[in-house]
Design a protein around this ligand. Structure first.
Ligand SMILES: [Fe+2]
Ligand SMILES: [Fe+2]
Length: 380
């Protein structure tokens, strides 16, 4: 029996739909968006569970992602096979009253999951161009059968979802492009000096691992990653005979070298950053500042130094000590490096809390997995 919804119920559904579409648009990563779409589909359609399939055009398959205790499990099925496969191929919605009496239904999934499917409503997800980008399915309506109104509501919902998915994909694509561009730039600058090759990438990785140990959010880690990757781009402004000098620098040369973090800020201020990343130039330029105000380029004090800058400072000094091999200054062992870093915290140069966590939780083991081995430096 199909329940015909009242006008009140319908207007509630519509305002709910608009609410959800707002939340969907705000999601910037695909996996959390897909989770939201499924969760809200179940609620909106008064169903028991839902599945979302994305179309993988390269392999002509549908892919669904199921959250399990062991992580996310991927299920693939050929387009044209089963209910979802049929919907993906034909573009028609399918509304089934009794799955076990329908030839499209594949009992295997129920057998594997111990679930009993009764009613099924499955609709295509179309983007603004009308192309099918996936399939959305709800199972077992809480009361009665899925009716014509449910079909209309679910189709509308699925089209909203498709648009949100495409937006998020574009957003992720843009971020990836941006990230690879800044990585390439940082790597090119590091490579000017063989002693610092790979430095920016290691500092970025290490900073993110420290950030994770400190419990930063996903978005904070992203910002940290950008700023850390870019922290030394100002080295582009340091002359070769200073940057590449094999011997100890004279005080004048030291001054010129030290100007690189100010250049980092100046260069990055020319780059357009969206609102959430506006502070990147300032953060990237903070890595040689000290909590007691004796650092450079600005002699900022503790209250002016944020967590991001403090993290990059620790990561930077760590990598400089364990990685840079120069004729006049050899790379330092892990034990010595940690001693130096602890000392820097005691002198109120580095953040004591970050250093404490750095030493306790050893976030450096991720970027430097073999650093605890006694012959680490000989192998390099
Ligand atoms: Fe630096
Ligand atoms: Fe650096």
């Amino acid at each position: 029996m199909t329940n015909t919804p009242t006008v009140g119920e319908k207007s509630k559904d519509l305002s709910r739909l608009l609410d959800i579409s707002q939340t969907m648009i705000e999601k910037t990563d695909l996996s959390s968006l897909l989770g939201l779409i499924m969760e809200e589909a179940t609620k909106t359609m008064h169903a028991d569970r839902s599945t979302l399939y994305l179309i993988d055009r390269d392999r002509n398959e549908l892919v669904s992602f199921i959250a399990q205790q062991s992580g996310v499990k991927e299920i693939r099925l050929p387009i044209g096979v089963g209910i979802a496969g049929y919907v993906a191929q034909s573009g028609n919605a399918v509304n089934i009253e009794d799955a076990y009496k329908n030839t499209l239904f594949n009992k295997e999934t129920d057998i594997q999951t111990g679930y009993t499917t009764k009613t099924v409503l499955c609709v295509p997800m179309r983007n603004r161009e009308g192309e099918i980008v996936g399939v959305l399915q709800v199972l077992n309506k809480k009361e009665g059968l899925f009716g014509e109104y449910d079909e209309w509501l679910f189709k509308t919902y699925a089209d909203y979802a498709a648009t949100a998915i495409e937006n998020t994909r574009l957003h992720e694509e843009r971020e990836k492009t941006f990230m690879s561009a800044i990585k390439a730039l940082a790597a090119a600058i590091d490579r000017r000096d063989p002693a610092t090759a790979g430095h920016s990438e290691r500092v970025a990785k290490l900073s993110v691992d420290i950030g994770k140990a400190l419990g930063l959010t996903k978005n904070e880690l992203k910002k940290l990653n950008y700023a850390a990757t870019l922290h030394d781009v100002g080295k582009i402004g340091v002359r070769d005979n200073v940057l590449l000098k094999p011997d100890k620098l004279t005080p004048d040369e030291r001054n010129e070298m030290n100007r690189h973090s100010q250049y980092t800020k100046e260069i990055l201020e020319e780059v357009y950053f969206s609102v959430e990343y506006k502070s990147i130039p300032t953060i990237a330029a903070m890595h040689h500042e000290r909590l007691d105000g004796t650092g450079y380029p600005y002699g900022l004090k503790a209250e002016q130094l944020n967590t991001f800058g403090r993290i990059i400072a620790v990561a930077d000094i760590f990598d400089a000590l364990v990685s840079f091999d120069r004729p006049y200054k050899k790379a330092v062992s892990l034990t010595e490096t940690l001693e130096i870093i602890k000392n820097e915290a005691e002198k109120n140069h580095l953040d004591p809390n970050i250093v404490k966590i750095f030493i306790e939780k050893k976030p450096y083991l991720n970027t430097f997995p073999e650093i605890e081995s006694p012959d680490y430096h000989h192998k390099r």
